[in-house]
Design a protein around this ligand. Structure first.
Ligand SMILES: Cc1cc2nc3c(=O)[nH]c(=O)nc-3n(C[C@H](O)[C@H](O)[C@H](O)COP(=O)(O)OP(=O)(O)OC[C@H]3O[C@@H](n4cnc5c(N)ncnc54)[C@H](O)[C@@H]3O)c2cc1C
Length: 411
């Protein structure tokens, strides 16, 4: 049976490892942390995943937490006005629900499952030199190590990477005790609050190590008032800063957050990175080739909540490409083809996410405004998070936006 090495036990590496394992491949998974270290460590993401990405997990029987995780049935957008009120405020309904399962829960659980099913789990932080050595014993080496140092093997694709600097400063806090959304307490939703020129606050329910919780996630324009978390090491201080900024910029969200407390000592995260698309094939010093997976090759800003979704889609695309290839060698041509298959979906995510990082043009503001009056627009926008290719039809090009609006209003 074919031997495959996967470096990195995150969404993409584990999903692919478990998928290949179930097809009878001999898989070695290398992780720089044990399951217990992941479970008791720091949060890594907000990991809201939409229906298509969740379906890839269901297809592999990996939806272990589906019945426990809150069902996110809508996606709301608010735009703050100058007086701290809301210029725009609506909620779109998702056709299929989304869910967020804390990666500490999911990755630790999946890693244990992989080992219980007989997978070879190696706890080791791999360096390029290790891969050079190991690559000789495997038919295929996949690097699914996220945005860490191993990305240095994969050259930046400048034609697909419009930004060379981080576009947002990220600050996440997992909390208990958040009140319900006042406008629709009957169903859970992700709330995206846009503060023009300043940043965005995302609020969403999740399933964490201690059960149901909510996430408060600031995305701040670098150098602006939300870019205030660098150097804040104390989780309690991180939470008070989060709340202080909510009171100032999104008082309607602050109103339901006055009684929150952190879920645990690892419940905060701050950082930033430049969105980057890379050449998917890495060449090892000894001449061997490795294929990059998910964030290694396409790392988008989390403003659109797509990275875990894309990691799931990448793992699904690569799994199909590996299985279809049978016993043939995993050469450069195959690697390019596997990535191109993933890029079919990732290109839309990248284009839309990079557009959302820029100040919205007038036709987009009109569209967001109209969604407050016309529910079909709100619903379509919300479902675009599940399938961002739809934004090509009504979001980027002012003519298409206007034609879409006219088709609904008859003007
Ligand atoms: C603040 C924030 C919020 C986000 N919110 C969302 C969201 O709501 N929805 C969404 O879809 N996405 C979101 N994302 C993005 C999402 O978390 C990532 O895109 C996704 O986890 C990428 O999966 P991956 O498998 O490529 O890498 P990762 O999940 O990063 O996994 C990589 C793994 O490899 C390990 N590793 C690293 N280096 C080595 C090494 N040398 N040797 C061995 N192991 C190694 C790491 O420890 C890690 O476990 C968010 C990201 C951030 C930072």
């Amino acid at each position: 049976m074919r031997k495959i090495l996967i470096v990195g036990a995150g969404q993409s590496g584990l999903q692919l490892a478990l998928g290949l394992q179930s097809r009878g491949y001999e898989v070695t998974l290398m992780s720089n942390r044990t399951a217990d270290e992941i479970r008791s460590g720091r949060v890594m993401s907000t990991q809201c995943m939409f229906d298509t990405a969740l379906q890839h997990e269901r297809d592999l029987g990996l939806d272990f937490w589906e019945s426990q995780a809150p069902r996110i049935e809508g996606l709301g957008v608010s735009v703050a006005g100058p007086d701290s009120g809301r210029l725009i405020d609506w909620v779109g309904k998702l056709d299929g629900y989304a869910q967020s399962v804390d990666q500490r829960v999911k990755m630790a659980g999946w890693m244990e499952t992989f080992a219980q099913r007989g997978g070879q789990l190696v706890i080791h932080g791999a360096a390029v030199g290790d891969l050079d050595y190991f690559s000789r014993s495997y038919d295929l080496v996949l690097v699914a190590a996220g945005k860490g140092e191993l990305v240095s093997m994969f050259g930046r694709d400048a034609s697909r990477s419009p930004y060379s600097e981080p576009q947002r400063a990220l600050a996440v806090a997992y909390v208990h005790g958040l009140g319900p959304r006042p406008e629709h307490p009957d169903f859970d939703a992700v709330r995206c609050n846009i503060v023009p020129g300043v940043g965005e606050l995302f609020v969403m329910p999740t399933l964490t190590t201690g059960g149901r919780a909510d996430i408060l996630f600031w995305e701040g324009v670098p150098g602006g008032p939300l870019d205030a978390f660098q150097g804040v090491k104390d989780p309690a201080e991180h939470l008070s800063l989060t709340l202080e900024l909510m009171e100032k910029f999104t008082p309607w969200e602050y109103a339901r957050a006055t009684k929150v407390e952190l879920t645990d000592a690892g419940g905060t995260l701050a950082g930033r990175y430049a969105p980057t698309v890379r050449n998917p094939i890495g060449r090892l010093p000894g001449g061997g080739l490795v294929l990059g997976v998910a964030d290694v090759v396409v790392a988008n800003d989390p403003i659109t909540g797509q990275g875990s979704n894309s990691a799931s889609k990448c793992a699904a695309a690569y799994l199909a490409a590996i299985v279809e290839h049978g016993e043939k060698p995993f050469d450069e041509e195959w690697m390019r083809g596997a990535f191109d298959r993933y890029w079919q979906t990732a290109q839309h995510v990248t284009k839309w996410t990079n557009a959302m990082l820029a100040p919205p043009p007038e036709h987009v503001l009109n569209l967001l405004g109209a969604a407050g009056q016309l529910q079909p627009i709100a619903d379509r926008f919300a479902n675009g998070f599940n399938d961002p290719s739809d934004f090509e039809n009504f979001f980027f090009d002012p003519e298409k936006t206007n034609a879409y609006l006219a088709s609904l209003t008859g003007n």
